[in-house]
Design a protein around this ligand. Structure first.
Ligand code: CU
Ligand code: ZN
Length: 180
């Protein structure tokens, strides 16, 4: 085999594997994750989803995809305890708040570490979120590993204390280390 055709073959294999990798992940290449939460529905709900956390130079990138939501806005936060045992999700406690800040929206400087505001579900009940937070930690005493992510029935008004008046807890998932 001449060197040029060998090169072509290697490229073809790399290309083919790359395409297969894309197909495996549902058509879009996903960045690797350092932590993950799998959200399961609370009692009498069907909402579920996956939230992935990845370290970046600017902070922690948070990528979420949730399904079976009513169309519209839903409060979305990190809660204090990685405990989804209660049928209504209340065992997860209040908002994770390592700095003693008031509840606020994601664009307000003084806020809870996991105040992500709202996710917006479309007519198919699917909501996605992709943001970079400078408050979320995956290491050290303020790490969110072992905490939980909750999605709520109602919109977070971004100002009511202590948690934005976002109502019932529809799904709960414990944040753990990702297998990548
Ligand atoms: Cu919440
Ligand atoms: Zn909050």
């Amino acid at each position: 085999m001449r060197p040029s055709s060998l090169y072509f073959s290697v490229c073809l294999i790399a290309f083919a594997t790359g395409v297969w990798g894309c197909l495996e992940e549902g058509g879009a290449r996903q960045p690797r994750a350092d932590a993950v939460a799998v959200l399961r529905p609370t009692e009498a709900n069907t909402v579920e989803g996956v939230v992935r956390f990845a370290k970046t130079d600017k902070g922690i990138r948070v990528m979420a995809r949730l399904t079976n939501l009513a169309p519209g806005l839903h409060g979305f936060h990190i809660h204090e305890f990685g405990d989804c045992r209660a049928s209504d999700g209340t065992s997860a406690g209040g908002h994770f708040n390592p700095t003693g800040a008031p509840h606020a929206g994601p664009d307000t400087e003084q806020r809870h570490a996991g105040d992500f505001g709202n996710v917006l579900a479309n007519d198919d009940g699917i909501a996605t979120l992709d943001l970079v937070s400078e408050l979320v930690r995956l290491d050290g005493p303020d790490s969110v590993i072992g905490r939980s992510v909750i999605v709520h029935a109602d919109p977070d008004d971004l100002e009511s204390q202590p948690s934005g008046a976002s109502g019932a807890r529809l799904a709960c998932g414990v944040i753990g280390l990702a297998a990548r």
